[in-house]
Design a protein around this ligand. Structure first.
Ligand SMILES: Cc1cc2nc3c(=O)[nH]c(=O)nc-3n(C[C@H](O)[C@H](O)[C@H](O)COP(=O)(O)OP(=O)(O)OC[C@H]3O[C@@H](n4cnc5c(N)ncnc54)[C@H](O)[C@@H]3O)c2cc1C
Length: 572
């Protein structure tokens, strides 16, 4: 087997992984980035609307303290306070750096970066590149990585972390294209593997990503996790055809005047938020749509109608070009003439691996994490635009820290027996006969969507735990080919999904209240005594669930909690 060596191994080639790799390289440390997707095709490219930074270009009253207050308010007051302060203080620098490196942010006539409103933001704070902000940022980071000749391996699926003497010292990968196993040997390993929205049947990510790989890799080494129950459901995703199910229908449609109606023709948002109507908070609109469908006022595809056809076609083409093309391509309708069918879709993982944000350290020695795979900074709900800010801010800070630490370390020899064992497990999958893993993946996603989605209830979640446990017992049939075998990849995905789903369910059952994106019909109120984080720790094949107190918020931030937010709710 081929061995590739680097001081630091970064698993994940999205924005978080790349920004960290650049910083590690610039600190004089050898770094290697591995991604299971193609080089410029990480999930970060899906991000549309913008990146938050309190530049104050449009509203000079804005400040990083206000940004922090908005983040904590939206996060249901259980955010990691230190992480929020770091994020908001450093976001302006991160955006200016991206601009310097070539991201062509939209500019005002005075030459300053333009900024727009996002949901629950007090001022215009989101910097953007049309509706392709994530793609523009990722391309900038890839360009910078290439300029520095940073080593990069794409389409390699990491399926196991290596460890020796109690420390992580590498990873094992399967090269998807040639079916060969690869050993990565490193002093330090960073997980930047993104979120886990594909636990749910409807998701705004693509079907081959967001499978909880990083969660499972860390789980297998006994890492600590936080707030796994916190999952953001975006109110509007497409509902059909099946290949488009869950694809995001941007909040900008409602921002531009889109109206939601049920099959009785009623504009139902007046029952849920009379004042803000369609522009209410994301979780309120998602639950309203869910409720309409549950009570029999939904379409045959389980959605409601979203209508922007009262606006002129020229306006729609100018303001919502991506949406126009999306519905033309998938459904064959012209949204300037017909209504769109929409329903909530799983969008963002606020929970994940517990890290000390300023250092990226997980509870496992030698293992670090950044980006959507982590927890803490967004608390119980993510403010739109904060995720892109998070990946570049913490990519830089954590990259610097890991580089510094790796300089003091030496390589720990690889444990050959561990390699044999882990590779043997993958080969064993290819020798089984049983269920098609692609079908099993869909069954897991259906259980999670139905029993632990927008509205949750204890009895259903307990049933879901039993169902997941039953699904876990299936043998799988993948065929014994290691090369370009989509069933084998699905089998590895499924293996990663089980611990991820179990932790979501156990945490959601444990939190007996509703807060932020986590809504329980049997505990519909937010309770003061639950202003805590929920922690999961794998121990002896069981998951131990407990709470952790939240760090107090400094006065210079908390004094803004009572400020009244404007009712603008635009974009992701
Ligand atoms: C439709 C949509 C719109 C969005 N819009 C916005 C927005 O406007 N503003 C905003 O702030 N946020 C937005 N977000 C959220 C934001 O895009 C993500 O949170 C962010 O890009 C995550 O970056 P990341 O680097 O942590 O992970 P990702 O970009 O998901 O990258 C993860 C990387 O890990 C790799 N990987 C995963 N598992 C393995 C494995 N086993 N082996 C090897 N490699 C692996 C993947 O291939 C990928 O390269 C949006 C999200 C979606 C879905």
């Amino acid at each position: 087997m081929k061995i590739e060596e680097a001081d630091v191994l970064v698993i994940g080639s999205g924005g978080a992984g790349l920004r960290a790799a650049i910083e590690i390289h610039d600190s004089g440390v050898d770094v290697l980035v591995v991604g299971k997707c193609a080089k410029r095709d990480a999930h970060t490219i899906l991000a549309t609307g913008g990146i938050n930074a309190s530049l104050g270009n449009m509203d000079s009253q804005d400040s990083w303290q206000l940004h922090a207050a908005d983040t904590i308010k939206d996060g249901g007051h259980i955010n990691d306070t230190d992480a929020v302060l770091e994020l908001c203080k450093n976001a302006p620098y991160a955006v200016r750096e991206l601009e310097k490196w070539g991201t062509s942010f939209h500019k005002e006539k005075n030459g300053k970066i333009s900024q727009r409103f996002f949901g629950a933001a007090t001022y215009r704070r989101a910097c953007f590149v049309g509706d392709v902000t994530g793609k523009a940022i990722l391309n900038t980071l890839v360009d910078q990585a290439e300029k520095r000749k940073i080593n990069f391996r794409s389409e390699v699926y990491i399926f196991s972390l290596l460890h020796a003497n109690g420390k992580v010292n590498g990873a094992l990968g399967l090269d998807i294209r040639n079916g060969k196993f690869v050993i990565f040997h490193a002093k330090k390993v960073i997980l930047a593997t993104g979120g886990h929205s594909r636990m749910f049947a409807r998701s705004s990510s693509r079907f081959w990503e967001n499978n909880g790989d990083g969660i499972s890799l860390a789980y297998n080494l006994g890492a600590r996790f936080m707030d796994m129950e916190m999952f953001q459901f975006h109110p509007t995703g497409m509902v059909y055809p099946s290949e488009a199910e869950g694809v995001l229908v941007t909040e900008a449609v409602r921002g531009e005047g889109g109206i939601l109606t049920n099959t009785k023709g009623e504009r139902f948002m007046d029952k849920y938020d009379k004042e803000r109507m369609e522009l209410s908070a994301r979780d309120i609109v998602a639950r309203a749509i869910y409720n309409e469908v549950q009570e029999g006022r939904g379409t045959t595809h389980g959605g409601v109608w979203l209508d922007i056809s009262h606006k002129p076609k020229s306006y729609i083409l100018k303001r919502l070009p991506k949406m126009y093309d999306q519905f033309k391509k998938f459904v064959g309708i012209d949204i300037s003439k017909e209504k769109m069918e929409v329903a909530p879709t799983a969008h963002y993982s606020m929970g994940g691996i517990y890290t000390r944000q300023a250092t990226g350290e997980t509870s496992v020695p030698g293992l670090f994490a950044i980006g959507e795979v982590t927890s803490g900074v967004h608390g119980a709900n993510r403010l739109g635009g904060n995720s892109l800010a998070e990946i570049v801010v913490f990519g830089r800070i954590i990259g610097k820290n890991v580089a510094r630490q790796s300089k003091k370390d030496s390589f720990i020899p690889i444990d050959d027996n561990l390699i044999k064992k882990e590779v043997g497990k993958v080969i064993a999958i290819t020798k089984q006969s049983g269920k098609n893993p692609i079908d099993l993946k869909k069954e897991i996603q259906k259980v999670m969507w139905k029993d632990c989605g927008v509205v949750r209830e204890g009895k259903k979640m307990n049933q879901a735990l039993s169902k997941i446990d039953r699904l876990r017992r299936y043998n799988l049939h993948t065929g014994n080919n290691l090369k370009m075998n989509e069933k084998l990849i699905a089998a590895l995905d499924v293996r990663n999904m089980f611990p991820t789903c179990e932790m979501i369910l156990r945490s959601a059952l444990f939190r007996k209240e509703s807060r932020g994106a986590h809504y329980r019909s049997d505990y519909p109120y937010t309770k003061r005594e639950w202003k805590n984080n929920v922690v999961c720790l794998p121990e002896n094949n069981k998951i131990k669930v407990s709470t952790r107190p939240v760090t107090p918020v400094p006065k210079y931030v908390s004094r803004h909690f009572k400020d009244k937010n404007p009712s603008h709710h635009l974009l992701e």
